[in-house]
Design a protein around this ligand. Structure first.
Ligand code: SAH
Ligand code: SF4
Length: 343
């Protein structure tokens, strides 16, 4: 069976070429052709000798996804539904939006697993359980499939899955996409959004420190967080705060705290006070308030306390913004990625 070339980082490719008695620099040529020039098959990589192109195409493939559907939202977001080689379905969302300076950027929201084992009560992916983790090649392919159509400026791991529970593959995918010999997307252009697994936050800080981190907090009070995010029960908020402090201190990066507002669940004045208490002991932090995107069979409602929350945070000296939902009309917004179409 052929293997995914995108599962190999530059060092592994060099090892492969040495093992077939080819010079190491072939790895750089191949990396450049696949990630920079976006060649779709080995026969087109004319920098490589013909016989080597043949060996490569007998051993590896570059792309394997099928685009099953493409939904365009009124706001310009596009949700792609890809079918993977084992017929699993995964969703990737393209967004064209302005950054903090008003410049238009293309952001791609990518998935790291099919389903998620953490079962957050408000999240469509969480309702599926974990079907399987994605390989690094599959994580990269979502990016490459879209990047060859429209140049992507930013990547956010906010699609399906908990990236830090598939740490090794996510790390490898980030390394390959950011490798200077290939696509060279700056690590600072990549946001890893996590429900907050302390041990993995330390590991990420030490190993891929330039990557941006966003923490899905959703409650500043332990029992409320345990209720909303049952899969995180084994990790206390105190532990999480220590890990966040380690990240911000060591990297100097600001951390984004995501807070999904759910009507009468975590949107009262006492909830915002708990949030402020949690944040007070942190440095370099900003809050993104998220509007709830309805999920079928889930009973939560959209909160009307957005402005109250925003003001309270700002009055307490905490930077806060309201994140507008992208593509809710096509179920492409965060937390709605659960492939209804699978059925
Ligand atoms: N597992 C990671 C990344 C994927 S979820 C995480 O939890 O951070 C990406 C974001 O979507 C998270 O902030 C998550 O809390 C949010 N989200 C989940 N369900 C949602 C919903 N129904 N409406 C709005 N945002 C949701
Ligand atoms: Fe998993 Fe994130 Fe959804 Fe929670 S919000 S179930 S961690 S994908």
């Amino acid at each position: 069976m052929k293997k995914d070339i995108k599962d190999l980082n530059l060092d592994e490719l060099k090892q492969y070429f040495l093992s077939i008695n080819e010079p190491e620099y072939r790895a750089n040529e191949l990396f450049h052709a696949v990630y920079k020039e976006k060649k779709e098959n080995f026969h087109d990589i004319t920098t490589l000798p013909k016989s080597l192109r043949k060996t490569l195409s007998n051993t590896f493939y570059i792309y394997s996804f099928k685009i099953i559907s493409k939904y365009e939202s009124k706001d310009g977001s596009i949700k792609y539904l890809f079918q993977l080689s084992d017929k699993s379905l995964v969703e990737t969302v393209f967004m064209h939006e302005s950054n903090q300076y008003g410049k238009m950027r293309n952001t791609l929201c990518i998935s790291s697993s099919i389903g998620c084992p953490l079962g957050c009560k408000f999240c469509a992916t969480g309702q599926m359980g974990l079907l399987r983790n994605m390989t690094s090649g599959e994580i990269i392919e979502q990016f490459m499939q879209i990047d060859k159509i429209t140049k992507i400026n930013n990547v956010v791991f906010m699609g399906m899955g908990e990236p830090l529970l598939n740490y090794d593959n996510v790390k490898k995918a980030i390394e390959i996409i950011s490798d200077g010999n290939g696509r060279a997307l700056g690590k600072r252009k990549i946001v890893v959004s996590t429900s907050g697994i302390p041990g993995k936050i330390y590991q990420l800080t030490d190993q891929i420190s330039s990557v941006r981190l966003a923490i899905s907090l959703h409650a500043g009070e332990q029992s409320k967080r345990d209720f909303l995010m049952p899969g995180l029960k084994d990790h206390t908020l105190t532990e999480l705060r220590k890990a966040i402090n380690y990240y911000t201190r060591k990297t100097g990066n600001t951390i984004t705290i995501e807070y999904l507002l759910l009507k009468e669940v975590n949107d009262t004045i006492s909830d915002v006070k708990s949030l402020v208490d949690f944040l007070k002991k942190l440095k370099f932090v900003k809050v993104n308030l998220i509007r709830y995107n309805p999920v079928p069979h889930v009973k939560f409602k959209v909160s009307k306390k957005e402005i109250m929350f925003l003001r309270f945070l700002q009055e307490n000296g905490i930077r806060a913004t309201l994140r507008k939902s992208k593509g809710p009309d096509i179920s492409a917004a965060c937390g709605q990625l659960a492939t209804k179409l699978r059925k």
